[in-house]
Design a protein around this ligand. Structure first.
Ligand SMILES: *[C@@H]1O[C@H](CO)[C@@H](O)[C@H](O)[C@H]1NC(C)=O
Ligand SMILES: *[C@@H]1O[C@H](CO)[C@@H](O)[C@H](O)[C@H]1NC(C)=O
Ligand SMILES: *[C@@H]1O[C@H](CO)[C@@H](O)[C@H](O)[C@H]1NC(C)=O
Ligand SMILES: *[C@@H]1O[C@H](CO)[C@@H](O)[C@H](O)[C@H]1NC(C)=O
Ligand SMILES: *[C@@H]1O[C@H](CO)[C@@H](O)[C@H](O)[C@H]1NC(C)=O
Ligand SMILES: *[C@@H]1O[C@H](CO)[C@@H](O)[C@H](O)[C@H]1NC(C)=O
Ligand SMILES: *[C@@H]1O[C@H](CO)[C@@H](O)[C@H](O)[C@H]1NC(C)=O
Length: 409
């Protein structure tokens, strides 16, 4: 019954980093079953997480409703077996007023998971009841957030109808998501907006692998201060791409995205494929629409297959910044050492398949094995301020100011 506590999980090794998840080996490990079936099972789940903390397993094998915030911030060596169904209550006014606010954009969450040595698994489903929010045109809580946590493994979980981003990794390190199935589309078949698969912020040593994502925003989005990240073996459908950024939004703030490998991705019916976005500069020291500094560096996109993707390869260093403003105030976020290896497939624009538009000079941009065509069957590559056009395996056209309007936001 306590098999997994007798032999700690074998180390998980990943090409770019290795980390260990250590679990308690105590012979007294507890199991905490949660009965479920009430209109708000959050207090019972919270109590079980306390009782079974320090080496136990919380078993969620029934149907549960999370009707109030669940803050589990002091976990230590605990397993959460989700083999049943969790539903978020579709109570818009409650969640808007009481969701746990995260100091990033206007995000808030229903459930914080923090601490050390946390294993979530079990094949069950987390249903965010997103239809209520989609219909109301509102964005709801992030179902759960890995928050100030270390050594976390989340595997074999389904998530449906997320009312906002599905998963947020916030101020955490050594976090792995593996074999996750995300599906958030509106019941009428239209896209569910703002349903990023994963967002990563102020976190390091993160791995997202072997997952299937159907959603209506970024498949994976790396926000400021995401480093040492592996994104591998994903199927992404309907999304806005795998995005580095946006960064550089706030004047005076340094944002870093570095050491990222994105490998073996299938991107289908999406707006973008491999995407990098940084705001332009600003004349104002208190700007909240550009002017931040920092860098995006050492990013590799490899074995990236596109099928009907708006723009398969995009760098935009004037994100949400007008061409004129960006020319006057180039971005202070440097973009260097970006590598595209075997990015292949089809775009949806007539010809344009690559848009590399920098306001500062971007250095060390390389591409090999690029095989992309637009809807017309031919390809056009737009570049501006690329310091290493000779290291690209396609012929770049110099962009003109009118090109900006053609790109997807
Ligand atoms: C990230 O992983 C590396 C390599 O395993 C390790 O040395 C480092 O301590 C980890 N960083 C954190 C913050 O845990
Ligand atoms: C998610 O929950 C909603 C609201 O209860 C329900 O209508 C929907 O069928 C559920 N979706 C799935 C895939 O279980
Ligand atoms: C690439 O990812 C897909 C999942 O999208 C997986 O089925 C396949 O095995 C992976 N290929 C390799 C070589 O790992
Ligand atoms: C990112 O990290 C740098 C260096 O540690 C720090 O100065 C900066 O404030 C961080 N930015 C954010 C948004 O946390
Ligand atoms: C670049 O990032 C990769 C991960 O994609 C990492 O393995 C490598 O060590 C990094 N290189 C440098 C110079 O930091
Ligand atoms: C890129 O694709 C080519 C042709 O399919 C293959 O020979 C090569 O090994 C691939 N390169 C990498 C780094 O995967
Ligand atoms: C782009 O324009 C610059 C300045 O006009 C020129 O020096 C450069 O050679 C052009 N690059 C390409 C690839 O046409």
């Amino acid at each position: 019954m306590f098999e997994r506590f007798k032999s700690p999980l074998s180390p998980i090794s990943i090409p770019i980093f290795i980390f260990f998840l250590s679990y308690a080996t105590s012979a007294f490990a507890l199991t905490c079953q949660v009965a479920g079936g009430t209109s708000d099972d959050a207090p019972a789940i919270s109590a079980a997480l306390s009782s079974c903390n320090n080496g136990g397993t919380v078993v969620l094998d029934k149907t549960y409703t999370i009707g109030t915030v669940l803050q589990a911030m002091a976990l230590n060596n605990v397993a959460i077996e989700l083999s049943g169904i969790i539903k978020l209550s579709p109570d818009i006014s409650y969640w808007k007023a009481n969701g746990v606010k995260l100091t990033y954009q206007s995000a808030f969450t229903a459930w914080t998971i923090g601490g050390e040595g946390i294993h979530v698994y079990g094949g069950g489903t987390f249903n965010g009841s997103g239809d209520t929010w989609y219909a109301a045109g509102e964005t709801g809580p992030i179902p759960w957030t890995i928050y100030n946590a270390q050594n976390v493994l989340v595997e074999n979980i389904n998530m449906v109808q997320s009312p906002f981003w599905h998963n947020f990794i916030y101020q955490s390190s050594n976090v792995e998501f593996n074999n996750i199935n995300l599906n958030s589309i509106q019941t009428d078949g239209s896209q569910a907006h703002n349903t990023d698969g994963w967002d990563i912020y102020r976190s390091t040593n993160i791995s997202i692998t072997n997952s299937h994502i159907v959603n209506g925003d970024d498949c994976v989005s790396l926000k400021p201060n995401s480093t040492n990240v592996l994104v591998q073996n994903l199927y992404c459908q309907g999304s806005h791409g795998i995005s580095m950024g946006s960064v550089g939004q706030y004047a005076g703030v340094q944002d870093i995205i570095a050491n990222v490998l994105v490998k073996n991705i299938t991107m289908v019916n999406a707006k973008n494929g491999a995407r990098i976005k940084a705001f332009g500069g600003s004349s104002s020291a208190t700007s909240t629409t550009g002017g931040g500094n920092g860098y995006i560096q050492n990013i590799t996109f490899q074995d990236f297959r596109c099928e009907k993707v708006g723009l398969p390869i995009v760098i935009d260093q004037c994100y949400e910044t007008s061409t004129a403003k960006c020319k006057k105030y180039p971005s202070k976020v440097l973009i260097n050492d970006i590598h595209y290896i075997n990015v292949t497939g089809t775009g949806t624009k007539s010809k344009e398949v690559v848009s590399l538009v920098c306001s500062n000079v971007c250095q060390g941009i390389t591409a090999t094995g690029t095989k992309l065509v637009g809807a017309s069957g031919s390809a056009e590559y737009v570049c501006r301020n690329i310091g290493s056009a000779g290291s690209l395996d396609f012929q770049c056209e110099n962009a003109t100011t009118s090109d900006k309007s053609k790109r997807e936001e």
